[in-house]
Design a protein around this ligand. Structure first.
Ligand code: SF4
Length: 293
């Protein structure tokens, strides 16, 4: 692992939610949160090995709590570790996104301006069948608060298409939500039943071809938004944490912005692990191209 700039750090096992399509709570059991001391010990170990960016991971990472500490407290404790430049976390559960957490993201300079916040559907009818315990408006309110409070906030999401009972109208509501939020990126999937879950025995399964068509429409819709948002970065100066040699061109280095965009640029290898400023020349579908300044 020596020389790795970024690393995941697991802070939670299992899940206390009951999404009707998901097998995780059955397979992995109830949520178990790792104590803060234990997490900090591993974080320190990673930092000593040269890690500059840690991504805290858990099924519903923002519901972490331990010995009276909340997730926002944990972010601040990890943020105090010297030589660590950046903190990310995933996956967040919308209902557990507190005002205190938004405030911590805003005030702690090491916490990146990117959140992965799966919405799964834009239809309240489907959200209720999924037992996601929030409405699309509730989700939008969280995202709007994040965007209002934190400058240049990036939001990514997960969406399931073709959940049992999904009508054309439900699907259109999902597209409407995508249009409203303008996700930076979105991972979308065709619903597939997991045996043993409540959704697997629901009525009104969606024909696979119809679900496939909806998925293509949604992905094309999102693809354009992602491209537009990447193009808009041209001319901007981005702070990039250099991760290594670019996959596209061995002459280039590759890093990420706080918003989790990949940036390729020409520079010497000895910048790996450093934060550098890069002027963006072009925005493409999956990455940006720039010049170090
Ligand atoms: S989808 Fe995520 S939040 Fe829902 S039960 Fe599965 S792991 Fe938990």
């Amino acid at each position: 692992d020596k020389g790795k700039v970024t690393s995941f750090l697991s802070i939670q096992q299992g899940c206390n939610k009951t999404c009707t399509y998901c097998i995780v709570p059955t397979v992995r059991g109830k949520e178990i949160n790792r104590p803060a001391d234990d997490i900090l010990l591993e974080a320190n170990y990673l930092i000593q090995k040269g890690v500059k960016e840690i991504t805290l991971i858990g099924q519903t990472v923002n519901s972490w709590k331990s010995n009276g500490l909340k997730f926002s407290d944990l972010l601040n404790l990890v943020g105090e570790l010297e030589s660590l430049e950046r903190i990310r976390f995933t996956t967040s559960y919308p209902r557990d996104f507190t005002k205190k957490l938004i405030k911590t993201m805003k005030t702690n300079p090491k916490v990146c301006s990117h959140i992965h916040l799966p919405v799964q559907s834009g239809s309240n009818n489907i959200l209720s069948k999924m037992n996601r315990t929030y409405t699309s408006q509730w989700y939008l309110d969280v995202v709007n608060r994040l965007k209002d409070e934190i400058a240049d906030m990036a939001v990514s999401s997960d969406i399931i298409v073709g959940f049992p009972g999904e009508t054309e109208k439900d699907f259109e509501q999902t597209l409407k939500l995508i249009e409203e939020v303008e996700f930076d990126t979105c991972f979308s999937f065709k619903y597939s039943p997991r045996p043993g879950t409540p959704a697997a025995v629901m009525e009104n399964f969606i024909d696979s071809d119809i679900a496939g068509k909806r998925l293509s429409i949604l992905q094309e819709f999102q693809r354009k938004i992602t491209y537009k948002k990447n193009e808009e970065r041209a001319g901007k100066i981005e702070e990039v944490l250099v991760e290594g040699i670019s996959k596209n061109d061995p002459e280039n280095l590759m890093g990420r912005t706080s918003q989790n965009r990949i940036v390729n640029f020409a520079a010497k290898n000895n910048l790996v692990g450093r934060l550098v400023n890069v002027k963006i020349n072009n925005g493409f579908q999956n990455s940006l191209l720039g010049t170090i300044i």
